[in-house]
Each structure stands twice: as structure tokens, then as C-alpha cells.
Write a protein that binds this ligand. Structure first.
Ligand SMILES: [Zn+2]
Length: 456
């Protein structure tokens, strides 16, 4: 009954953060200094290029505070600034520890940490992060941290009050390119995505889009397939990650589900069917965090127990002990207690008519008590094998008006549609985005047989 756990759950892996080297940092600094200095590189009316100031006379590289006029007037006097030096955060090291290792004073650290809200980000250092610092005669003049390729935090000692540091945040915008992918699932969703060269974040985002329609724990079958139109982000010509999924089509056991992203005026994206109905629904298909369940689950197994010979009024989700169990819908905790057959169990009430039950939990979520409200997707407990259970699994029941129903077939309230005023705009967008999916393009190309795996 129990499946093997994905101890190395790939989708939990942090997205690797790349960092520019010190040399790049210096080049960037120079580039920025020059960029802030447009008049130094202007073209005269005759078309003759005016002489550039020699790069070595550029004053201290604090590009965001140096003004062009100051730079120009101080050309002969300012010596070459001390260079930025890069270092790597080692496992278990805090900034205090690093500064100690580098022989930088505790006073400098205190001044740096007192420079405002951006300094709080320095508590997030991770092993492998690249830092840069610039010092002169043992005095820290500048410090730099890049939390991501898109963000640089620079701390510069104040030229007027040397006991203080100023902090600057520089954000870059990635170049966004639309990409498509078409994937046939041969083993499991995440494996198929990986084989197609898609990152795990994208596979997870896809599963989240369809989590109200498709049970990603029990319902994925061999030859299920999906297509995506998504954003790829790149910086300086290098791919650095993926952005939003703009449109998706998932064929699950022959049934076609489609989703199109639509952003409201505030920029919040939601997914809708091509007809403009929200994909969000009152109940999730699977009340377990499917991302935590092994990607190697057996696709050939029979459909879960429902109306089998053995009287059974629910659905069993075999999952490793400790897998988070989530509330299928917004509701209120009626019971969070235990008895002999059910072990630790939770009963949720959703409005007047609906109730859900979660049995055999190893434990409850912290602070879960009768009377508390819960949100859809909120963790309420963890899979276990308490009570009459042969192995770790969640036994899930769904009741309508007090009677057990199969949540997979019961009629549920329809989702909210897109706002009427946005309907025309949405329909235009939906048609364009769905037409951009690979199979649609192939249909247009005279029915060429689609590739099994297409990497962008
Ligand atoms: Zn059961």
C-alpha cells in the first residue's frame, strides 16, 4: 500500500542562484559609472567624437552616488579606488562570522546592519553566495550582495559621515520570451517534465493550475499529455528561469482541460477556461500535497477503492507518513480528535451542505482545533497509519447533506466566471494563446504528427 517516498523531491530543490564574479562586478560598476555620464561621450555637431575621460580617473565606484560634475572636476586628484574583492559564503557562516574571518571590524558590521531595511536581507545568506567587498587600509568602504541575478544590494560608506553606510538596491528586468512545450507522460508528471527539459517549477505551476480538476496523486495515466505556452526569462543572453504559464492544455485519461492566464488591472494572474470560467473551485481534487508524493507511483494500478466489495466510503491516498494533508476547501473544523478505527481524524464543515473527513493522520497541524476556520489548501495534518490502517495512507471522505458521495463524480458549484467587462479582452487573448500551443500550430501545418517530446 505504501509507496516509496521521494526523499530527494526534485521540485523542492531551491532554484540555483548564480552570481557574477568580482571582475564582472567591477566591469558593471564601470559600465554604470559611464552610463551615468552621458555627456562624457557625446558627439559634436561636426560628428567628431569628443575625447573620453580615461577610465582610470573615474572616482570611487559608488556609481549611484557619484555625480557626473563631481567626477569631471576631480579628474586629476582622485587615486584609483581599491578594487572589489569577492568571497564565498561557507556552510554555517553568518555575516558576522565572515567579517571576523576577513578581519573587518565589528563596528563596520554594526554600521552596515544599521543602514536600513535592505541590510535585513543580509540575514538570508546561504552557503555558496558570492559577496563582494571593498576596503582601504582595513576600513570597509563598500559591500555588495546579489540575492539573485536580477538584484544587487550595494552598501557604501557615507562620504560625509564615515560612521554610516548608505544602501542601494539595483533591480534588473529579464528579457521575456514566449516558449512552448509538448510533453507525453510515460511515467510521472515531474519525470516527464524533466525529460522534456522543463524545470520543476514549471511542472509544479502546471499541476497547481489544474489541481481543482485533476487528481495528480491518483489520476495521472501513461500517455496523458500536456502542452504549455510559457514565459522564459533570460539575462544577457543566458536563460535564467521561467516565468508564468500563459496557456496550458492537459489531456488526462482522454479528457481535455484547458487554461488561459488572465491578469487583472493590478497584475494578479488567474487561470480561466477558454469560456472564461475560473479554474478555482470550492474543492481541491486531492487533499494531499501531491508534490511530496513519490513521482514513481504506479501508473498501472487499479482505480482507488470506491464502491468495491469491501464497504468503503472514501478514497485512499497512499502516501509516506508525514505527507501534508490539506483542507479540500474553505471551512470550519468540526472535529480534530481520535478514535479506535479512524485514529487521528479531522472533520471539516464547508457551508451548509458539505463535509470532508480525513482519517489515520499521524498528527494534526499545529493549533488545529474544533471551531477554527481553515482555508483551502491549508495544511491540517499529516499522513499516518493511526487507527485501523494497514499502512500509511489518507482515507478521505466527502459528504453532501450528510450522505457519502464520490467527490470525483459529485456535482459541485460552478466556478466564478471572468468579470463581464473583461470578457471580450479575455476571449481575444484566450484564442491567441491557445492557438500558440504546439498541437494547434501543428494542426494548422496540415496535421503533421506531433513530436512526443518537444523541448523549447
Ligand atoms: Zn480508506
Amino acid at each position: 500500500m505504501a509507496r516509496r517516498t521521494g526523499a530527494h523531491s526534485p521540485w523542492r530543490r531551491p532554484v540555483p542562484r548564480a552570481h557574477a564574479l568580482a571582475a564582472t562586478g567591477l566591469a558593471l560598476t564601470l559600465g554604470l559609472a559611464l552610463g551615468l555620464w552621458p555627456e562624457a561621450h557625446s558627439i559634436s555637431e561636426e560628428g567628431t567624437e569628443l575625447a573620453d575621460p580615461a577610465p582610470e580617473v573615474i572616482p570611487a565606484p559608488s556609481p549611484l552616488s557619484a555625480t557626473p560634475s563631481a567626477a569631471l572636476t576631480s579628474i586629476p586628484a582622485v587615486p584609483e579606488p581599491s578594487p572589489w574583492r569577492s568571497l564565498t559564503v561557507r556552510p554555517g557562516e553568518s555575516l558576522a562570522r565572515i567579517f571576523q574571518r576577513e578581519g573587518i571590524s565589528a563596528r563596520a558590521l554594526a554600521a552596515l546592519m544599521a543602514s536600513g531595511a535592505l541590510a535585513k536581507r543580509l540575514a538570508d545568506l546561504r552557503p555558496g553566495d558570492q559577496l563582494e567587498l571593498r576596503e582601504e587600509n582595513g576600513t570597509l568602504l563598500g559591500f555588495r550582495f546579489r540575492p539573485s541575478r536580477l538584484e544587487t544590494l550595494t552598501f557604501t560608506r557615507d562620504s560625509e559621515d564615515a560612521s554610516r553606510f548608505g544602501a542601494e538596491q539595483e533591480l534588473r528586468s529579464p528579457t521575456v520570451t514566449e516558449r512552448t512545450a509538448q510533453v507525453v507522460i510515460e511515467d510521472a508528471l515531474f519525470l516527464a517534465a524533466q525529460k522534456a527539459g522543463l524545470d520543476d517549477r514549471l511542472a509544479l505551476a502546471l499541476a497547481e493550475i489544474f489541481q481543482w480538476d485533476i487528481d495528480f496523486v491518483l489520476d495521472i495515466r501513461r500517455s496523458d499529455r500536456f502542452e504549455l505556452l510559457y514565459e522564459e526569462q533570460s539575462l544577457d543572453g543566458e536563460v535564467i528561469g521561467t516565468g508564468a504559464i500563459l496557456a496550458a492544455r492537459f489531456v488526462n485519461r482522454g479528457e481535455v482541460f484547458e487554461a488561459v492566464r488572465y491578469e487583472d488591472s493590478a497584475g494578479n494572474g488567474s487561470y480561466y477556461t477558454p469560456e472564461g470560467r475560473s479554474l478555482r473551485k470550492a474543492f481541491l481534487r486531492a487533499p494531499v500535497q501531491f508534490t511530496r508524493i513519490s513521482s514513481n507511483f504506479n501508473l498501472r494500478r487499479k482505480h482507488p477503492l470506491w464502491n468495491t466489495a469491501r464497504p468503503h466510503r472514501g478514497i485512499d491516498y497512499a502516501a509516506p507518513t508525514g505527507t501534508p494533508v490539506v483542507a479540500a476547501g474553505d471551512g470550519k473544523v468540526v472535529k480534530a480528535t481520535r478514535n479506535a478505527p479512524s485514529g487521528n481524524y479531522v472533520v471539516l464543515q464547508h457551508g451548509e451542505r458539505y463535509q470532508t473527513k480525513y482519517l489515520h493522520l499521524s498528527r494534526f497541524a499545529k493549533s488545529l482545533k474544533a471551531g477554527r476556520r481553515v482555508k483551502q489548501g491549508q495544511v491540517i495534518g499529516y499522513v499516518g497509519s493511526t487507527g485501523w490502517a494497514t499502512g500509511p495512507h489518507l482515507h478521505y471522505e466527502f459528504l453532501v447533506g450528510g450522505a457519502h458521495q464520490n467527490p470525483r463524480t459529485v456535482a459541485l458549484p460552478k466556478a466564478d466566471p471572468i468579470a463581464p467587462e473583461a470578457k471580450a479582452d479575455f476571449t481575444r487573448l484566450a484564442l491567441a494563446r491557445l492557438a500558440a500551443l504546439p498541437s494547434a500550430q501543428r494542426l494548422a501545418l496540415n496535421g503533421t504528427k506531433p513530436a512526443r517530446h518537444e523541448t523549447p
